[in-house]
Each structure stands twice: as structure tokens, then as C-alpha cells.
Ligand binder design. Structure first.
Ligand code: AMP
Ligand code: ZN
Ligand code: FE
Ligand code: FE
Length: 283
């Protein structure tokens, strides 16, 4: 069984529609794929339909943007009830804040003569898309200012850039509580990926565990071997399971489907812990 529990579609900052992500998963020989778009469930229906048609297993999920004292934390939530209003409202609040944050970043960049506008960013995203820096990157690529998303992220879009603006996000402890209250299973994404920016200390993860965190994503390309080891050791200490996944973004990142995987035992544990009634599509 090959199981990849972290991917993005064009409902957020992946480059492919959700049904194409599932088709790519089938082509990559995966047995099960989860869709975990940033702050939205919008890709679920298309992914579920494609999974049934193609005979691929599918786990609905979401990657909740969180912030702990200015440090960005990503929380994967599997099998949450999409009708659970308190979580929907929190995601909506973050999505709204992301729009005004992108506007402010674009304003700052345009004021310095960088060829970008809100219209150009909007042209890179669908109507319901969770907007993010990758869409600004795509507008900069379209304008010929940078050759790739990655180049934009090492330059004007990096954390700490003068153009960087943060957005509203719940605390990781609150997000864990909301995912559990929605009947879902919370797993912290790439907890020690220091290459992406600052990361939280182990005591924050211990507080998340106290609040109901179920697992840590240990096997992720943004983790060094030492960071993977540390994630496994901390998970064992806190009584959490570990997962592995690609964090696939289509053409937006080099991450390939199935480059890291999760064991069938851990997937069974995720299904056991979920209380939402939301169903996994069987392979
Ligand atoms: P945001 O959530 O708007 O702050 O943007 C962060 C998102 O940008 C993350 O979800 C990443 O997937 C994506 N990202 C970060 N660094 C890069 C990079 N170097 N190339 C492409 N995408 C990136
Ligand atoms: Zn992303
Ligand atoms: Fe993430
Ligand atoms: Fe992700």
C-alpha cells in the first residue's frame, strides 16, 4: 500500500484541479491520496468523484494555517465534518485575511515599481481559491519578473522581505481543538522544517498534544534526517503517530507524489480516531 496524505490542488496553491491531482496519484501508483488544500474544502467533491471513478483511495483533508507568536504553523486535519460551523468560520476568516494580506503585499511591491497588480494576481487563481504568495509568484512569472515560483520565494516573497505581510491565523492549540471538535484527526505538518522559516519549540507541540494532536508529519522533503529523527522521537515521547507525505503542489514545486508515504497502520488509526462520519473512498 502506498499512501500519500498531503497534497494541494488549485483550490489553494497547487497548479492542478483536484480531479487531476487524484488522476496523477493513480498514475504515480498510489493506493491512497489525501487532498489537504490550505484553509478550504473546495476540492473535495471533484476529488471524491475522481477517486471513485479511478479506483484510488481518497482521504478528505485540509491544511489549517496557524500562527504561534508570529511563527507560522500548519495543521493537517483529516476527515473533518465540512459542515462544522466553528471550523468553517475560522477557515473563512483566514481566507479573508489572506486576500487583504495579498493586496497589501502587492501594493508595497507595485509602489517600488515591481510589475504586479491585484488583477494580475487574481488572473492566476480561481474565484474560490485560497490566495497565497504562490499566486503573487505566478503573476511575477507571467510578467517576466522572475523565472519561477521558487525564484520569487528566494527574492521578494521570502519571509523577512520588506514586502512580506502576515495574515490572520488561529493559534495551533485552538486549531487542534477545532479539528477534533469537527470530528477530524489533527496532524502537525512539517513541524521542524526550518528551511521554510522559523519553527516552534517542542513545548508548543507538547501543548498541542495536550489539546488533542494525533500525529506529526515526520517524513517530508523539507526535513533533514536529523529533523525526521527528532520528529519521530518527540512523537514517541508524546504518544503521537508519525506520517510521511509529499506536499505535492503540481508544477508549483518539485515535490513528487509518493516521495514520502504513510503506513497503512497509521491510516487505519486516523480512520479509527475520526468521529465525523466523513468517509474515506476505498481503493
Ligand atoms: P502563504 O501561505 O501565502 O504564506 O504561502 C506559503 C506557501 O507557499 C506554502 O504553502 C508553500 O507551499 C508555498 N511555497 C513556499 N516556498 C515555496 C517555494 N520556494 N516555491 C514554491 N512554493 C513555495
Ligand atoms: Zn502550499
Ligand atoms: Fe504546509
Ligand atoms: Fe502543504
Amino acid at each position: 500500500m502506498r499512501i500519500d496524505l498531503h497534497t494541494h490542488s488549485s483550490a489553494s496553491d497547487g497548479t492542478e484541479p483536484a480531479e487531476v491531482v487524484v488522476a496523477q496519484a493513480a498514475r504515480a501508483g498510489l493506493d491512497v491520496v489525501a487532498l489537504t488544500d490550505h484553509d478550504t474544502y473546495a476540492g473535495w467533491p471533484a476529488a471524491q468523484a475522481a477517486a471513485r471513478e479511478l479506483g484510488v483511495g481518497f482521504v478528505p483533508g485540509v491544511e489549517v494555517s496557524c500562527s504561534h507568536r508570529g511563527v507560522s504553523v500548519h495543521l493537517l486535519g483529516y476527515l473533518v465534518d465540512p459542515g462544522f460551523a466553528p471550523l468553517v468560520e475560522e477557515l473563512e476568516k483566514a481566507r479573508q485575511s489572506r486576500v487583504s494580506r495579498v493586496e497589501r503585499m502587492v501594493d508595497r511591491m507595485a509602489a517600488d515599481g515591481i510589475p504586479v497588480s491585484m488583477e494580475a494576481v487574481r488572473a492566476q487563481a480561481g474565484e474560490d481559491t485560497t490566495l497565497g504568495r504562490p499566486h503573487i509568484a505566478d503573476a511575477l512569472v507571467a510578467a517576466g519578473y522572475v523565472p519561477s515560483r521558487d525564484a520569487a520565494f528566494t527574492d521578494v516573497l521570502r519571509n523577512g522581505s520588506p514586502y512580506y505581510v502576515s495574515h490572520y491565523a488561529p493559534s495551533p492549540v485552538r486549531a487542534v481543538q477545532l479539528v477534533r471538535a469537527a470530528g477530524g484527526v489533527p496532524v502537525m505538518a512539517h513541524p521542524f522544517a526550518s528551511s521554510r522559516g522559523r519553527t516552534v519549540d517542542d513545548d508548543v507541540i507538547a501543548a498541542m498534544a495536550q489539546a488533542g494532536l494525533a500525529g506529526l508529519e515526520a517524513e517530508h522533503r523539507d526535513h533533514t534526517d536529523d529533523q525526521r529523527d527528532h520528529a519521530r522521537a518527540l512523537a514517541a515521547q508524546l504518544g503521537l503517530f508519525t506520517t510521511g507525505a509529499s506536499d505535492y503542489h503540481g508544477a508549483g514545486k518539485p515535490n513528487r507524489l509518493g516521495e514520502n508515504t504513510t503506513s497503512p497502520e497509521v491510516l487505519a488509526e486516523i480512520e479509527r480516531q475520526a468521529t465525523s462520519g466523513v468517509e474515506v473512498v476505498r481503493p
